[in-house]
Design a protein. Structure first.
Length: 210
């Protein structure tokens, strides 16, 4: 594997450069995929202001706001890795309420929050009309390979040892899900950009896996 070290600021700059180089007269759906240990939401948040400064409106969506109801999500218990892998997030709602409306020929009106996990009820958020050229930044785990349509994808990758070491307490039960994701989906093999993030202070862009 060949990697190119970058600073955190340099990583943000490179991502923004890639994104703003795309067509400015259409919406752009960006998926930032990674486990909690890689904190994909933090990277997605860091892109918002630089994108806006570069003339591209940006809207944030997190899969934590697109959960399935607890009755379905926790049907096999609160710490079942198979449920986390295949039944935790409402991918159909994410596609229907975000990715399809922001895609070619879409309505341009999206929901940024679909489900309130605290109340286990619909969030009842109003639809958000997108300005021309808006970048929709979607962050979360196990985002890729399931049929969700993105225009640009980023995979935040950790070695198994780093993933175990940096997984927050209480979430260790999700580790088998990420092992399965790496084996069955292999997101690092097709994401548009892969970032090695064993040390959050020293990211590295994966240039080649040979």
């Amino acid at each position: 594997m060949r990697v190119r070290p970058v600073s955190v600021e340099g990583l943000v700059d490179e991502l923004v450069s890639h994104i703003v180089s795309r067509e400015a007269d259409s919406f752009l759906r960006v998926g930032i995929d990674g486990p909690a240990a890689a904190d994909p939401a933090r990277l997605a948040d860091a892109l918002v202001d630089p994108l806006r400064a570069g003339g591209r409106p940006a809207v944030r969506v997190d899969t934590a706001d697109f959960l399935r109801p607890a009755s379905l999500r926790l049907e096999r218990g609160r710490t079942n890795p198979d449920s986390f892998y295949a039944g935790w997030f409402d991918e159909a709602a994410l596609a229907r309420e975000v990715l399809t409306p922001a895609g070619p020929g879409g309505s341009g009106k999206i929901l940024t929050r679909f489900w309130n996990a605290g109340t286990d009820r619909a969030a009842r958020e109003p639809y958000h009309p997108l300005s021309p050229g808006t970048v929709v930044l979607v962050s979360g785990p196990v985002l890729l390979g399931g049929g969700l349509e993105f225009d640009f994808t980023v995979h935040l990758e950790l070695t198994p040892a780093a993933l175990r070491r940096r997984t927050p307490p209480g979430q260790e039960w999700t580790l088998p899900a990420f092992e399965r994701y790496a084996e069955e989906v292999g997101p690092a093999g097709f994401a548009d950009m892969v970032v090695r993030l064993d040390d959050p202070r020293r990211p590295a862009l994966v240039v080649s896996r040979e």
